[in-house]
Design a protein around this ligand. Structure first.
Ligand code: X2X
Length: 333
């Protein structure tokens, strides 16, 4: 026998000849899609969670992240997570409301005064009611909601100083019935576009304005195509971390525990990241040329009330859910 013949029959032949060892596929391979750039805290913390899950499950669970609308826009990812094409997705409350209407309840205009109200409601009974509703459409929602933030308005033509500046304003809003209704009630001219289309719609002036939390305006570089930013705080928005219900149920309990703990912990850290960003992001955006102003919410709220916005959405969400919201923020209308 030649040396080569002995090597070829040795059990470790591949290793000796320097061939890569074939990695064994994980027992559970999951895809997670989202709509945000890699630099957003949501992706940074989700990446850490995926590493922790791989480690703690001994390689049995492998989550691959597809950020930045790589798998399509929000409505595409929402269909994919329902049919199992992807296992995880983080839709904004505004967007999952196209499927689970009550999920938009945190986005009622000018409802939350601050983060302490937000988290006690969303970690408490209001969030629980929404998660139960999400469960009824065959999806599983993890307990801790992730932060998007208080939404602010940006525009290119003129600053937004009071509700009068909303008249006829062409403003992009997410694909969400509540956003459309709210901006119509403010006499604006809203258009629903997926987030993947926002930058180019602003650049080509298909719309004049958009509304998003400051960290999103920063990571998606919307300051390049907008001039003014009104700190309106008109909606508080968060992301539900959801899973396809069948895929979730197929995971043994010990692995469910590992996955849920890692994702919920990462969500808590992501909230802290956004909180820290909120301290510095305005200065950064100012240095990039965005001009800020802080309109009083009064004229906006009065217009919504007069247009019957609160009464209508109380009806749509139902007495029970509305009572949970008002229990957290006080009387709205
Ligand atoms: O599409 C948006 O504006 C965003 C990124 O805030 C949502 O996901 C709703």
């Amino acid at each position: 026998r030649t040396v080569l013949q002995s090597l070829a029959t040795a059990p470790v032949a591949g290793a000796i000849l320097g061939m890569p060892r074939i990695a064994r596929a994980a027992e559970f391979e999951f895809k997670y899609g989202n709509n945000l750039p890699l630099t957003h805290p949501l992706n940074i913390r989700a990446h850490e969670a995926a590493e922790r899950i791989r480690r703690e499950s001994g390689g049995r669970v492998d989550i691959q992240i597809f950020p930045n609308n790589q798998l399509g826009g929000d409505t595409d990812m929402l269909s994919q997570v329902r049919n199992g094409g992807i296992t995880f997705f983080t839709p904004s409350a505004l967007v999952i409301a196209t499927l689970v209407p009550v999920a938009a309840i945190n986005a009622v205009g000018f409802a939350f005064a601050d983060y302490s109200q937000v988290w006690s409601a969303m970690d408490g009974k209001l969030g629980e009611a929404v998660r139960t509703a999400i469960g009824k459409v065959g999806l599983y929602a993890f307990e801790k909601m992730w932060d998007n933030g208080f939404r602010q308005m940006t525009s290119s033509g003129k600053p937004i100083e009071s509700v009068g500046d909303m008249n006829g304003l062409k403003i992009r809003v997410p694909v969400s019935p509540l956003s459309i209704a709210m901006f119509k009630a403010l006499s604006a001219s809203p258009a629903s576009l997926q987030f993947s289309e926002v930058y180019s719609a602003l650049q080509t002036r298909v719309v004049d304005a958009q509304e998003n939390p400051l960290p999103i305006i920063q990571v998606a570089k919307l300051y390049e195509v907008q001039k003014y930013c009104a700190l309106s705080n008109h909606i508080w928005d968060g992301y539900w971390f959801i899973a396809n219900g069948r895929a979730w149920k197929s995971l043994p309990a010990d692995l469910q525990k590992i996955v849920a703990a890692a994702i919920n912990d990462a969500g808590m850290q992501q909230r802290e990241d956004i909180k820290a960003l909120n301290q510095s992001v305005q200065t950064d955006l100012q240095s990039k040329g965005l001009a800020f102003n802080q309109p009083s919410p009064d004229s906006f709220r009065a217009k919504l009330r007069d247009a019957g916005f609160y009464a209508e959405w109380k009806g749509r969400f139902g007495e029970d859910a509305w009572a949970l919201l008002e229990g957290a923020v006080g009387k709205l209308a």
